[in-house]
Design a protein around this ligand. Structure first.
Ligand code: FAD
Length: 386
């Protein structure tokens, strides 16, 4: 039998690809290798689980055994691939050498923190980027019982969604970030202010324009000192300061990588024959979108290519729906800084239209009742990857 198609990573990209390949080829030998527990889950639901009191078991749609059974694939969980040798077409897992026929990297992105977490506070400081992380955080929250004081560092999509979700779940939240308004990469300031006001109204203690300067243990609690000297007390800290594509494994194979991820063309092919990449780890034709619709389109295109029909991927004008029920937000960030943001609407219901020098729409951001405009605007905005 020929060497299998090996997919490293069983997140939405890796598993999505396995599903698509299996739908097109019932017999292809496929092995999925993952460093985590390998359950099939939807990552976007991690930041909606606390409001619903959702235990981690209910977020897992299928166990790895069920996945292997349903897709007729070999699953190796809690298994980290250390290096790739493209010359011999083998992967190294500890002392083991595993041959591959074709290889796909779907290694995702890892939380990056702008500060070091000391051993003294490590058991109280969390990131939530997969189901295993959610399980640990959920366990500690449940053990505390009642309203837990959580300081969230970072007010991007992940920080804002967890803030709103934890507040709705009855916890107390302080949101600390250096930007003056939340979601600053997606929303121009007037819309960021609307979201900030909604989070405050839901009970968030917003500490914007501030950074964390010190984090120490203080008996049973944590003591945070901000860069203006102000002190905060919290039971737990959740770090949400961004994600960086996991490229270390690709680098062992000599693949071209940058801060934006593993470089691929529109066929999701790296420069090394037989090695492809998709999902949060991949920078496809210069773009790493890091959300679900692009990775689904990539999985579909790559499955076609791997089963004999060379298919380039294209991304549409797909807006991001931010899960902050306190203030509905939808955004399609422009690929380049716009010449101007044209703001329309009033109160909490605002539309911000990113325009180029000729007045053409390049992207948009919507809050409140204006989120209804997403379909109409997406029709005229340029596709992310035509
Ligand atoms: P991951 O899910 O990170 O999977 C990476 C896999 O690689 C894992 O299985 C890991 O164990 C494995 N791996 C890594 N290195 C190795 C190695 N060396 N050896 C073996 N295995 C390895 N997007 C949306 O479109 N809408 C949303 O509402 C939304 N909400 C989100 C909410 C949160 C809280 C977060 C964190 C993200 C959200 N996103 C959302 C983004 C979206 O979830 C991600 O783009 C997507 O899940 C990424 O999937 P992935 O498979 O590329 O990576």
């Amino acid at each position: 039998m020929s060497d299998p198609l090996i997919i490293v990573g069983s997140g939405m990209a890796g598993l999505g690809l396995a599903r698509q390949v299996r739908a097109r080829d019932a017999r292809r030998a496929i092995t999925l290798i993952t460093a985590d527990s390998g359950a099939d889950y939807s990552k976007p639901l991690l930041s909606t689980g606390f409001a619903k009191g959702m235990p981690p078991e209910r977020l897992a749609m299928r166990s790895p055994i069920d996945v292997a059974d349903a897709l007729q694939v070999t699953m190796r969980t809690h298994t980290r691939v250390d290096t790739i040798d493209p010359r011999t077409q083998t992967l190294a897992i500890g002392a083991e050498r595993l041959p591959y026929g074709e290889l796909v990297l779907a290694t995702g992105a890892a939380p990056s923190a702008p500060f070091t977490v000391s051993d003294e506070v490590r058991d109280r400081v969390f990131t939530i980027n997969d189901l295993d992380d959610y399980r640990r955080f959920h366990g500690v929250l449940s053990h505390h019982g009642g309203a837990v004081r959580v300081a969230i560092i970072g007010a991007g999509l992940v920080g804002c969604e967890f803030a709103d979700d934890l507040l709705a779940g009855g916890h107390r939240v302080a949101l600390v970030a250096p930007e003056q308004t939340p979601l600053a990469r997606l929303l121009p300031p007037p819309l960021g202010q609307v979201l900030g006001a909604a989070l405050s109204k839901s009970g968030a203690d917003l500490r914007l324009g501030r950074s964390l300067a010190q984090l120490q243990r203080d008996d049973e609690a944590l003591s945070l000192v901000l860069d203006d000297g102000e002190a905060l007390s919290a039971d737990l800290v959740l770090i949400a300061t961004g994600l960086s594509p996991r490229t270390a494994l690709a680098e062992t194979a000599g693949l071209a990588v940058s801060e934006a991820g593993i470089q691929t063309d529109r066929y999701l092919a790296t420069a090394q024959p037989g090695i492809h990449a998709l999902g949060d780890c991949a920078c496809v034709a210069g773009l790493n979108a890091m959300y679900v619709q692009p990775l689904q389109a990539s999985a579909k295109a790559l499955a076609a290519t791997l089963t004999g029909t060379q298919t380039p991927v294209a991304y549409g004008a797909w807006p991001v729906l931010v899960k902050t029920p306190s203030c509905p937000v939808v955004a399609l960030p422009p690929r380049q800084a716009p010449v101007r943001w044209r703001i329309e609407g009033e109160g909490d219901d605002l539309s911000a239209l990113a325009e180029d020098e000729n007045g053409y729409l390049q992207g948009f951001a919507l809050t409140g009742a204006c989120v209804r405009r997403k379909v109409e605007l997406a029709r005229v905005a340029p596709p992310l990857l035509p």
